[in-house]
Design a protein around this ligand. Structure first.
Ligand code: LLP
Length: 437
């Protein structure tokens, strides 16, 4: 659904806008978000999951705001009929200021402050996803102080770890999130929530990982969560009628990635949940999902201007061409942090020059400041050229930093030939203003 295409003179157009115009109007680096692409992905996930689960007990889709959130995105997500997953007071503040209906917000986090919980309860969020035994007492106490009740989900650790095409069904549970199923903490948490005077147990939550391409990991995780639902019914006489199976659906960063369609994912998972409930003689619960990357990632490309081009001799016949751009690990840390595999293309013009493999690097004082490890660019790429790195809509702006006192780039939405700034570029004054001398 992307509206990126080459115009007649070779320059790339996105959302009906020539990238050269974007560079002129807002400068580079810049995140260029294709509004129609973002919104059609959001609606596809909503439609696919609500359709697949309609014959069962229904489903909801929450957009995971950690991937990228700003006021405009919160409004789109609201208008397009999704809920919103936030995991800090800051993300909650963005959503509330945008007028996002609190009842459709879920608050996550493994170490929520009393202030964050208070703010969520005062706003009336639909659910707080409780991550530890400690937090049960904490949320109950804050609810008592406010004279209210809190709707909570319990995040359980299923021991499934999914990443790309493989998943591990018995992953090490040595990580900070959730309540262990095998260690008994999850069952104990259910018992305590049911006894807590100010808490209402809405359901169970599980999130198995990121960049997932098939439903195998969800199959194992759902079964483990449903086993707990069955145990709670038998031993505590309580019916848990909602599950959240988290997010994690993958996107195509390179040609080895082959994302399934939202429809294939939704029908696959619906079939699994129905079959397992049948086996366990359980009513099918209402199920929710929290995709972030699969909605935001492909919507955005980062536009950079090329600066220096350096051909480095590596001994013998070997050499490497380093193409430096005007951003880097401060706007996309994922290559340095996760060894992520991005691609890039020359977008301001076409070139007949033979392609050669280059490494695209940033302007930061660190040799790991790599944006794209290896990519073919025309061999005449030179200072002043515009290049784009696609699929940077998720976990790039939201992980951005001011390393080396570099102001963060703007995020602009393009649609129907118009450019609209969603997040303005930071200025040197913004940064100097934090420094009290
Ligand atoms: N729900 C929960 C509870 C999560 O922890 C996450 C992601 C999501 C939903 C959304 O997952 P998605 O659909 O976006 O994969 N910074 C890393 C990703 C961290 C994901 C954290 N949790 C990266 O850039 O790859």
């Amino acid at each position: 659904s992307s509206t990126t295409r080459r115009g007649s003179d070779g320059a790339v157009e996105v959302g009906g806008v020539d990238v050269r115009r974007i560079a002129e109007e807002v400068g580079t680096p810049a995140f260029v978000l294709d509004e129609d692409d973002f919104r059609s992905r959001a609606r596809s996930f909503r439609d696919a999951f609500t359709d697949a689960f309609r014959p069962l007990a229904g489903a909801d889709v929450y957009y995971a705001g950690k991937a990228f959130l700003c006021g405009a995105v919160a409004r789109w997500v609201q208008e397009d009929g999704l809920g919103l997953d936030v995991c800090t007071g800051g993300e909650l503040a963005v959503a509330l200021r945008a007028g996002f209906p609190a009842a459709r917000i879920a608050l996550h986090g493994n170490n929520k402050s009393d202030a964050e919980i208070r703010r969520a309860l005062e706003a009336g969020v639909g659910r707080i996803v409780v991550d530890s035994l400690d937090e049960i007492g904490q949320v109950d106490a804050v609810a008592a102080e406010l004279g209210t009740r809190a709707a909570v989900m319990l995040r359980v650790t299923t021991g499934v770890e999914a990443h790309t095409h493989e998943f591990i069904a018995t992953a090490h549970e040595d990580q900070k999130f959730g309540l262990s199923l095998t260690g008994g903490a999850a069952f104990e948490a259910v018992r305590r929530v049911l006894e807590a005077p100010r808490l209402e147990l809405v359901g169970l939550h599980s999130h198995i990982g990121s960049q997932i391409f098939d439903v195998g990991g969800f199959e194992v995780a759902a079964r483990r969560v449903l086993d707990l639902v069955a145990q709670v019914r038998t031993e505590l006489g309580h019916t848990i009628d909602q599950l959240d199976l988290g997010g994690g659906f993958g996107v195509m960063y390179n040609t080895q990635h082959t994302p399934a369609s939202p429809e294939a994912l939704a029908t696959g998972i619906a079939g699994i949940v129905e079959k397992q409930c049948h086996e366990l003689d359980l009513e099918v619960p209402h199920v929710s999902f929290e995709p972030g990357r699969a909605i935001a990632g492909p919507s955005t490309q980062t536009l950079y201007t090329v600066g220096t081009v350096k051909d480095v001799r590596l001994g013998g016949p070997h050499h490497r061409v380093y193409v430096s751009v005007d951003g880097g690990m401060s706007d996309n840390v994922r290559t340095a942090l996760y060894d992520a595999d991005y691609s890039c293309l020359l977008t301001g013009r076409v070139s007949d020059a033979a392609p050669e493999v280059v490494r695209v690097v940033g302007k930061h004082c660190e040799s790991g400041d790599i944006v794209v490890k290896d990519e073919y660019l025309p061999s005449d790429v030179e200072r002043g050229d515009l290049i784009s790195v696609p699929v940077t809509g998720a976990y790039c702006y939201s992980l951005a930093s001011n390393y080396n006192h570099v102001p963060r780039p703007p995020v602009v939405a393009v649609q129907g030939g118009e450019i609209r700034t969603l997040m303005r570029r930071e200025t040197e004054e913004d940064l100097l203003g934090l420094d009290l001398g």
